[in-house]
Design a protein around this ligand. Structure first.
Ligand code: NVA
Length: 311
């Protein structure tokens, strides 16, 4: 296996990563994708425990299959133990799992659980989605964009819809990498002010443009449009659904928006709510790279695992 240098201890939040760390992970993901046999023993003799407080298709399967492709062993811990911190403390989860496993992958409701695991575990922790971040998804998305554009610094990426974990992670990675990023969110559904200001500081440093608007008509010229569900897991409230659908309707990503912005690629982390945030016709179109990005989840996460467990 090629030598992998690493300064990474955990993979928790995009805003804790440097440009060099993200770029190295993107390049490593593409290398593992192109030469999987070179990494087939990278995790030999190692076990990764995967805690899921929320449902998952891509994350669960791509971690499990990906770990297998690296010669490692994955253990799925579902919700039989309840929410983290309820049956036993997060710190005790972390300390117990550190006795057996070599890394923890966790999908949780609260970011504080990720932080608690990282604080108390003696093994690396990977955030597989929380209320604030989805760094594995953003990394796979930038792997996908790297495959489409030779120079990421020329790419104009817009996210249209609900400001959530996925848009936060994209915003941070774009700002750190120097990718122009426009967030188009309905009034009251944008990112948290503190997170946006933090991302703005990254963008100023990398020299990229970061724009937040609620005016869907001012999306401007874009290369790529990204969207995600209007209601994230854990935020469902049936009594508010009708009003929400009405408020978000102008933000639907469809062929007309692609045409008006000049974008040629559409992305979605999935699961998609077809005919809500994206039309079926666009999701199924030639412009859609959703399945390429879904595959890249596995290669991106394998790059994270190889990097974290390389030392
Ligand atoms: N924002 C979505 C992403 C799902 C992969 C959610 O948190 O439900």
């Amino acid at each position: 296996m090629p030598q992998v240098q690493s300064t990474l201890e955990n993979f928790l939040a995009d805003d804790q990563l440097t440009k060099a760390q993200i770029t190295d992970l993107i390049n490593l993901a593409i290398n593992i994708k192109n030469h999987p046999a070179d990494y087939s023993q990278a995790l030999a003799g190692k076990s990764v425990v995967m805690i899921f407080e929320k449902p998952s298709l891509r994350t669960h399967v791509s971690f499990d299959m990906g770990i297998n492709k690296l010669g490692g062993h994955a253990l799925y811990l579902g919700q039989q133990n309840g929410k983290l911190g309820e049956r036993e403390r997060v710190s005790d989860y972390a300390k117990n799992l550190s006795c057996y496993a070599d890394a923890i992958v966790a999908r949780v409701f609260d970011n504080s659980s990720i932080e608690g695991l990282a604080e108390h575990a003696s093994i690396p922790v990977i955030n597989a989605l929380c209320d604030i971040y989805h760094p594995c998804q953003a990394l796979a998305d930038f792997v996908t964009l790297q495959e489409h554009f030779t120079d990421l610094s020329n790419v104009k990426l817009a996210y249209v819809g609900d400001g959530n974990n996925v848009s936060n992670s994209l915003m941070f990675m774009a700002a750190i990498l120097g990718v122009d990023f426009t967030l188009v969110c309905p009034e009251g559904h944008g990112p948290d002010d503190a997170l946006f200001n933090k991302a703005k500081a990254f963008a100023n440093k990398s020299g990229s443009k970061l724009v937040l608007t609620s005016e869907v008509g001012s999306i401007g010229q874009q290369d790529v449009i990204y969207t995600d569900t209007w209601v994230s897991m854990g935020d469902e409230d049936p009594s508010k659904k009708a009003a929400l659908l009405e408020k978000f309707a102008p933000y639907q990503v469809n062929h007309k928006m692609m045409e008006n912005s000049g974008a040629s690629i559409v992305m979605h982390c999935q699961p998609a709510h077809l005919e809500e945030e994206i039309t079926t016709a666009l999701f199924d179109s030639e412009m859609s790279v959703v399945f390429q990005a879904a595959e890249n989840r596995m290669w991106a996460q394998n790059a994270v695992l190889v990097t974290l467990l390389a030392n």
